[in-house]
Design a protein. Structure first.
Length: 394
């Protein structure tokens, strides 16, 4: 089957056509076409993502991306005869989102779809106005072309994306799996006894880890998104073997539970910076200490969780999984931990948000495809927890 997948939960607009042969999780996959448009340059000026700005950009770019991806995948043909879009199909959209409705009407009048069996779309978690752009696009295409829609949880996408190491099959991890999801909006530990069952067993009580990186970067005068910038600076301190700064706190390291807290480390960094003039080397040494502190906390919580749940493999997903320091520490941990025997991390390009992972998650839920007549049940769920997948669909 061929799946069209759409991701608009935050500041990346992404569209993929994935061909799947066989059933999840044993299928063979082929990414026929995939494009991603990052809004980072726009959000950089604001120092973060504003939902209304993100929404506006998604609306602008989503139809051009669909055209590109569907035509590259060979799933779209230019119409030979003039047609008019069925009048009632996009009524729901015209009232609220006229520019998107117009763009999709125009798209329909120009192109026929070929061979698309289902449309997967991220319904949450994420920024609600941004999520609605993807959902409304999927619903419109569904009504116009009669293709069902598969609602996708973004975090499940991150889990599956990290298992797509060879770009053709999903790595089959030894269960129980422990998934560590670390991004700009989430820091979660998930116990997975089998495929498709997710139990959230730990999470941040305040800032997400990526958010802490972004805020520390801002304090240091570095651009958004701050994770890669802080990490680059920390690498400078390691390369130059700069002297250590006084240690930063490791919040909740020994709290006995599996929760995290990162706002305290960020505040401690603020006290070291505000009102001081740090040299470049001093700032680099502070970045290194920050990265070491969060890495230590993350590794300890993963070790504790794996011990508690007898986890045999670790899956690391989310944008912060691009951090080499954290990933290296987790790989080392798997070689030393009594139960863990493997660690899967996202392949290049699939750590930060993308739509290949959304296509994989859609394939995992083909039996939950929603027919065009029932599309009203698909809503944006900004706080959609990965734990709710098993409950709602089990
Ligand atoms: O998963 P993602 O693309 O979007 C969300 O769903 O949040 O993650 C983005 C986050 C940002 O906070 C960014 O600073 C962080 O991932 N990030 C990193 C690195 N690359 C991206 N954090 C630390 N080190 C990195 N190399
Ligand atoms: Zn994400």
């Amino acid at each position: 089957m061929k799946l069209l997948a759409i991701e608009t939960s935050c500041d990346e607009t992404a569209v993929t056509v994935l061909e799947a042969t066989g059933n999840f999780p044993d299928a063979t996959y082929r990414v026929l076409s995939s494009e991603l448009y990052s809004q980072i340059d726009i959000h950089r000026d604001f120092g973060g993502v504003f939902p209304s700005v993100a929404k506006r950009e998604h609306v602008k770019i989503i139809t051009p991306l669909l055209e590109k991806v569907l035509s590259d995948a060979g799933c779209m043909q230019k119409r030979e005869a003039d047609v008019n879009a069925p009048a009632a199909a996009l009524d729901f959209l015209h009232e609220r989102e006229a520019p998107l409705a117009d763009a999709l009407t125009h798209f329909y009048e120009q192109y026929e779809l070929a061979d698309v069996d289902a449309i997967g779309v991220t319904v949450g978690p994420g920024l609600e106005p941004a999520l609605w752009v993807g959902i409304n696009t999927a619903r419109s295409l569904s009504r116009l072309y009669g293709v069902p829609v598969i609602p996708v949880n973004h975090m499940e996408g991150h889990v599956l994306g990290s298992l797509f190491e060879d770009g053709n099959t999903l790595t089959h991890p030894a269960f129980p799996v422990l998934a560590l999801l670390i991004s700009g909006g989430h820091t979660e530990l998930i116990h997975m006894p089998t495929w498709g069952t997710y139990e959230k067993v730990g999470q941040t009580r305040d800032d997400a880890i990526g958010e802490a990186f972004d805020k520390v970067a801002r304090l240091m005068g570095l651009p958004y998104p701050g994770g890669p910038e802080v990490s680059r600076l920390a690498a400078v301190a390691r390369a130059k073997t700069l002297p250590a700064v006084a240690p930063l706190p490791r919040p909740m390291l020994d709290s006995g539970d599996l929760d995290f807290s990162f706002s305290g480390i960020k505040t401690a960094v603020r006290y070291r910076i505000e009102g001081q003039t740090l040299s470049h080397d001093e700032q680099a040494a502070l970045a290194r200490e920050f990265e070491d502190a969060v890495t230590e906390v993350v590794a300890k919580k993963v070790a504790d969780a794996a011990t508690r749940f007898n986890s045999r493999s670790l899956i690391v997903g989310g944008g912060v999984a691009a951090n080499q320091q954290i990933v290296a520490a987790l790989h080392t941990l798997t070689t030393q931990h009594p139960t863990l025997c493997a660690c899967a991390t996202p392949p290049a390009g699939l750590a930060t948000d993308n739509s290949v992972m959304i296509a994989l998650a859609a394939h995992a839920h083909t039996e939950h495809a929603v027919a065009p007549a029932a599309l009203d049940t698909i809503m944006a769920r900004n706080r959609y927890s990965i734990s709710d997948i098993s409950e709602n669909r089990g």
